[in-house]
Design a protein around this ligand. Structure first.
Ligand SMILES: CC/C=C\C/C=C\C/C=C\C/C=C\C/C=C\C/C=C\CCC(=O)O
Ligand SMILES: N[C@@H](Cc1ccccc1)C(=O)O
Ligand SMILES: [Zn+2]
Ligand SMILES: [Zn+2]
Length: 476
């Protein structure tokens, strides 16, 4: 047996500790932590199926990598609906109304075979981007918010204004356990919120023709939804003696009629009018020519692309279509699901009526599956604390960006918060450039390393900016 002298063991121990300290610096490097978060497949598969193993693992990750938050005597931590998190950070001046930051842990499914450049749960870095499901929807906010708080606590910071952080685990299936129960809990405690900031719109750069320079769109509302089930039943029979029209054919024409007859162009009748007005001075020649005619502008400039078209109207998306049992049997039944996202100036009832009149075929049964009206519009005026603080924070981190109100085209957990606050905003400062629309729920979802650092800084700054008592400047 070899005998090591005590000094050598001591030296080795010292070396090991040194290495550990150096390694820790790298380990806590924010972008590495985002990568670790992306690698945990917290997938919401369907309304009834979630990856609970991954959700548990994610909880463990948060506790491990944010030791200050989870050991702080200041921060109160609660699990809600099993896997969602509610953090309460009490401020030193309890008369200041609290605000709340939201983000979600779960992601939609992803299949590498759909054409990913890197596996969707690999967090692989390619050309300065971290690839993976959740990098822009919405783990960048989950990790960014917590990273910002961790840094602040490390610096011994205590806020003056209290705030909450809500991290939902089932947003992608509409938040029935997470957001709904967090809201219930806060309501039972009599909490009112000065403002809420959730995921949503982004910093657009180069996606609207003619618009010069980047624009940060703060979602002041979000679209409504309607999902309908269309079905056709016909007698089955031998495919050698088919009728003129099959159940599949009848259903297909109904679906085609919906796609061909889009819902009306309502540009200018919702909060997108404010977007337009805030950004109008940033349009160059020859776009300025058509600016006085909103309808012309929207049809020439916006309707052509799926993302900007979503600003203009209630959108129609045929998402599921099922029928048929065997190649030589006429199908007795065919069904399709169509998901509409309702423009702010329409109601669910109006849209349901339009759907029926567009299909106008009594052989097609139209059933309402689920839906809700567009959300209320939050204030974006000069005196509104939440909006102005978010705007100021965007300017602090991105001085070159124009800030404007916008309409969030997807739905978020924040829609459950309407009774807690009139001022709900949907925005995270990820850069959104041409081609990026296909990354949301699509392939090659990614974020640049630099952008993730900006996101951490944004929340870091937002927490400090929210600490002022009143907005500066003369108030009337
Ligand atoms: C005059 C200017 C008018 C229009 C500007 C247009 C374009 C951009 C449109 C949409 C862009 C941004 C972002 C993201 C899309 C969806 C995410 C929203 C919510 C996510 C909810 C979720 O699925 O978890
Ligand atoms: N955020 C998702 C999931 C969702 C669906 C329905 C309601 C609320 C949320 C979406 O907009 O598609
Ligand atoms: Zn999301
Ligand atoms: Zn999503």
């Amino acid at each position: 047996m070899l005998r090591y002298p005590g000094w050598l063991l001591g030296y080795l121990w010292w070396l090991l500790k040194g290495c550990y300290a150096v390694a820790r610096v790298f380990l806590v490097d924010a972008r590495v932590l985002l990568g670790v978060a992306v690698k945990i497949p917290t997938v919401s598969f369907s309304a009834s199926e979630q990856n609970t193993t991954a959700l548990k693992e994610f909880d463990q990750l948060l506790r491990r990598v944010f030791p200050k938050i989870f050991s702080s005597s200041l921060v109160q931590h609660e699990m809600v609906g099993n896997y969602s998190h509610l953090l309460t950070v009490p401020g030193s001046e309890p008369d200041l109304e609290p605000y709340m930051l939201l983000a979600h842990i779960d992601v939609v499914p992803a299949d590498e075979a759909d054409g990913w450049d890197a596996p969707p749960f690999s967090a692989q870095e390619l050309n300065g981007f971290i690839y993976g499901r959740g990098t822009i929807d919405n783990k960048q906010s989950v990790m960014g918010i917590l990273q910002a708080l961790e840094y602040l606590l490390e610096q011994g910071y205590t806020p003056r204004r209290s705030f909450y952080i809500g991290l939902g685990h089932d947003e992608e299936i509409s938040g029935p356990q997470g957001a709904v129960n967090i809201v219930k809990l806060l309501k039972s405690r009599g909490v009112k919120l000065l403002y809420v900031l959730d995921e949503g719109l982004t910093i657009m750069d180069g996606v609207v023709d003619g618009l010069i320079g980047p624009g940060a769109l703060i979602g002041v509302s979000e679209k409504g939804q309607a999902t309908v089930k269309l079905s056709v039943s016909t007698p089955p029979g031998h495919s050698s003696m088919p009728p003129r029209e099959s159940s599949i054919g009848i259903l297909a024409s109904a679906v085609t009629r919906l796609e061909k007859n889009r819902m009306p162009n309502l540009f200018g009748h919702g909060p997108e009018r404010a977007t337009f007005e805030h950004l109008a001075h940033k349009f160059g020649w020859p776009y300025r020519m058509v600016m006085s005619n909103l309808w012309l502008f929207s049809s020439l400039v916006l309707e052509g692309q799926p993302d900007t078209n979503a600003f203009v109207r209630t959108t129609t998306a045929v998402t599921m279509f099922n029928s048929g049992v065997k190649i030589n049997v006429m199908p007795a039944y065919a069904e399709a699901f169509v998901n509409f996202r309702i423009h702010s100036s329409q109601t669910l009832q109006e849209v349901l009526k339009l759907i029926k009149s567009t299909i106008s075929d009594e052989r097609v049964k139209v059933e309402f599956v689920s839906g809700f009206d567009p959300l209320p519009i939050s204030s974006y005026d000069e005196d509104t604390f939440g909006y102005q603080i978010i705007k100021k924070t965007v300017h602090d981190i991105f001085p070159e960006v124009t800030v404007s109100p916008g309409i969030c085209v997807g739905n978020t957990d924040s829609r459950h918060y309407t009774e807690l606050s009139p001022d709900i905003y949907r925005f995270a400062p990820s850069w959104y450039k041409p081609g990026d629309s296909a990354r949301f729920h699509g392939v090659n979802e990614r974020i640049s390393i630099q952008n993730y650092e900006e996101i951490v800084l944004f929340y870091f700054q937002l927490m400090q900016n929210s600490d002022i008592r009143n907005l500066p400047g003369p108030r009337t």
